[in-house]
Design a protein around this ligand. Sequence first.
Ligand code: BGC
Ligand code: MG
Length: 536
Amino acid sequence: MSEWWKDAVFYHIYPRSFMDSNGDGVGDLAGITSRLGYLKWLGADAIWLSPVYRSPMADFGYDISDFYDIDPLFGTMEDFDRLLAETHRLGMKLVMDQILHTTSSRHLWFVESSSSRTNPKADWYIWKDPAPDGGRPNNWISFFSGKEPDPAWKWVPERGQYYLHMFNSEQCDLNLRNPEVRAELEKVLRFWLDKGVDGFRLDSVCVYFKDPKFRDFPVRSTAYAASSFSALSKYFVDHVLERPENLLALERIRELLDEYAPERVAIGESASEKGIQSYLEFSSPGRLHLAFNFEFLNTVCLDAAKTASVVSRTDSLFDSRAWPCYVLGHHDGERLLSRVNRDRAVPDAAAAKLMAALLLTIRGTPFIYYGEELGMTDTPIPFDRIVDPFGKAVWPAPGRDVCRTPMQWDDGPAAGFTAGEPWLPVNENRNTVNVRGEAADDSSVLAWYRRVIAVRRERSALRRGRQEILSSSDNVLVIRRSFEHDTVLSVLNFANDSRTVRLEGGSTVLAGTHRSSGEHLETQVRLAPLEALVLG
Ligand code: BGC
Ligand code: MG
């Protein structure tokens, strides 16, 4: 078995924002296809596309109204087929997002389900009678609640009942306890697998099933005071959701994927606050291949000891039981640099390179969020330009639009993303943070990503090797990876001062932020502030 997903460098594309081919200001499939050469040049092995299915876009595609079609905003099924064929021709893989816990309220299943209490799909969603006092069935609120609680139930007069929506009210929770629903969703998976997609990123796997008793939140005040996505999810997960049935559903999905050759992959996404323990549960043998480890989003700043703790806790829990999978950023929260370098204490480019070296040299599959390889940062967005309902609800907290702004291809007014008016503002730092400029500059963040990815491709130790943390003291992280006779050291100086490290036996620079490849180092090495070295 190839287990290609262990070796692969994944690249996450948010399709609305990657490349617009038709001047409507929104990225599309033809745009992505036109930039596959860039991804190949960068060294990506696999692409994960956020949803491109037909959708009213209440949650920008995470609200699907037809699982079997492409939204016209993104193009046609022919455009998709072309993208898939071209990705494969270039030797890369394509993984689709798949949302199995909700559909759009405009999906025909929901239209039918909400029409009466007796229609054939009456039980396809989670419908409840009013509480004895005539109010909502319980006190659950939506994950998208901001400062104000947004009840997770919406009334439908035709049925005289409420339906459950854990996210927007346009995203109706499917009743996965109904075997007909599960069978229908399996058909969806097969449709895309038969087309030849290389797998799925599965949305919100920790909320597939709900408490069968629909018990109230025990502590109202905590949830109602929560203003952030993660604080809320902790509340839900601890008290209401994260059902053991979820794991059975994941096992079934794995069985289905295993029927296919060549090997297809499933990557689970969950905001579970059980953290590493839950990533392990989701990706244990017989379940998903990978589950995103979000620890670097939540806990880590530029700090060797904290970083080492995430890596070693993950390794000791996962051991040989599951394969880790790390992200530094995604479409649901602030970008890497806007988190770890919030007060701009160090140059953005130096922080970006250091974190890239971490992501690409630790044991586990790396995911790069589009633009991260350039050092893109969050784009400040005035309230009247926010489009994400969650962003409006949590204002003045940053929300999610800030990390979804157009890919910066060049320094033009629309950053080379569109000939029209971009759907979200373009970051002013496109003048310096952009593909065209960075591709021509050997010292850029982009050039660094490309170099370290190339080293990763050459060295089996970096892809599959065991991992030992040799040191994390003095804010310098030294990690040894070894596979058979191959050994590679990753030396990351998180300090903004110089540091001296002792490296037994001397070594050769494979990639260095401050040194040329091929340079030989003696035992005693004086590191520059924020220097990153990959040695072999
Ligand atoms: C996705 C979000 C989406 C939500 C609801 C998530 O975890 O990543 O972008 O809004 O699921 O589908
Ligand atoms: Mg377009």
